[in-house]
Ligand binder design. Sequence first.
Ligand code: 4AD
Ligand code: MG
Length: 477
Amino acid sequence: MSRITVAELLQSDKISQEVHIKGWVRTFRANRFIALNDGSTINNIQCVVDFENTNETLLKRITTGAAVSVTGTLIESQGKGQKVEISVTKIEILGDSNPEEYPIQPKRHSLEFLRENAHLRIRTNTFAAVMRVRSALSFAVHKYFTENGFYNFHAPIITGSDAEGAGEMFKVSVFEPNDAPKDEEGNVDFSQDFFGKETNLTVSGQLEAETYAMALGKVYTFGPTFRAENSNTTRHLAEFWMVEPEVAFMDLDGNMDLGEDFIKKVIQDVLVSCKDDIEFLEQRLLQEEKSKPAIERSEMPLIEKLKFVTENDFKRVSYTEAIDILRNSKPNKKKKFQFPINEWGADLQSEHERFLVEKHFKCPVILFDYPADIKAFYMRLNEDGKTVRAMDILFPGIGEIVGGAQREERLDVLKEKIKALDIDEKELWWYLDTRKFGTAVHSGFGLGFERLVQFVTGMGNIRDVIPFPRTPQNAEF
Ligand code: 4AD
Ligand code: MG
């Protein structure tokens, strides 16, 4: 008899029929009721065992975490809490799970404890829900771009250029740390290394994506990126996934429209495809909120918050306007910001971004036209000569979720900028070629995929929305 998943079973109309399922025991009550989960859905199926006619040794082996195979009749449930259940005729233990040793017990575990057991935490409702949402979001990203005429472009992960300046990089080398060949000046001689030059893990696929946009028109990358910053926050990973569209003939307004539409559509998509999981996560958050002091509680339940974002316009505000708002804000005047805002040109910290989004505008905000000095070399210089066509999308509870820009397409302006920043022009020869041959207005952005997953699932720590997080001092598993 062929196996059916719990998700299929709960949607089917198999009442009174014989069914066959496999899964892991979540709980076993009263020697009679198994809550069985097979990962296909947040919902368990209750399997009712005829314990009087079941071998006692077998009953003892039905423990939390054990893998079992069940055959029985699907019937309308006698008890509360579920519509249907399986009246078991045959049960087989596929893999035992010693209850003395199995760390995931049917009780509330702290997220910290579960992080230390990242290989098993996926067996909890919370992590299974988060990772199913992550999977659906990833699919929604590809779907959105495919339906909108974009080509998926695989940016290289090992890169020979360190020009982006987006963050500290991880070196890629085959040299033994203590035994690397040296040149005459005593520096490591990378010409003898695997690639014949210094190489790193990429911090962003943007520069390469730009070259593809200048031929395929609309492209996007969705791959892992790496930053060796020592940022121990709930928003930073050393290895994270970034979604980076890049579009020829699109200016900054088009870029803001694309960013806003993209985020709204993928959230709408998973609100439908992951309804059960998101409802579960909303309940989880409501429980968690109860244990928090009132001041830290968020005002909206998860689903309401997600719908609010998809149904309302993002507020578009220039950096200059934002600085005015911040300078005159209560926390600035009362010296509550760790980094006070005194003058135009200051870099915005997450406390400022969160003030704008959560306290002032109370909706997602797109900040644009930042001072050139605090942004990357490739951003297009405005006519004022001091701001660039940058944009960041800021989200409640998250801060920056997207960073992007209209790119500087004018070769002479770009070269000047490169010179001013003391970047080696030779290293960027291929990038500059895009400005030499058929240059055109183009724009793009990068969305931190884990920050999006955090927003959609309501998880407070970024380490809990990626299967095996890599952070400073932590690369277990
Ligand atoms: O703002 P960033 O640094 O932008 C770029 O790298 C551009 N080259 C992207 C582009 O225009 N194609 O990073 C983009 C986004 C951030 O807004 C944030 O959401 C996320 O990537 N991000 C991180 N997420 C997790 N951990 C980190 N350490 C992150 N650093 C950036
Ligand atoms: Mg940024």
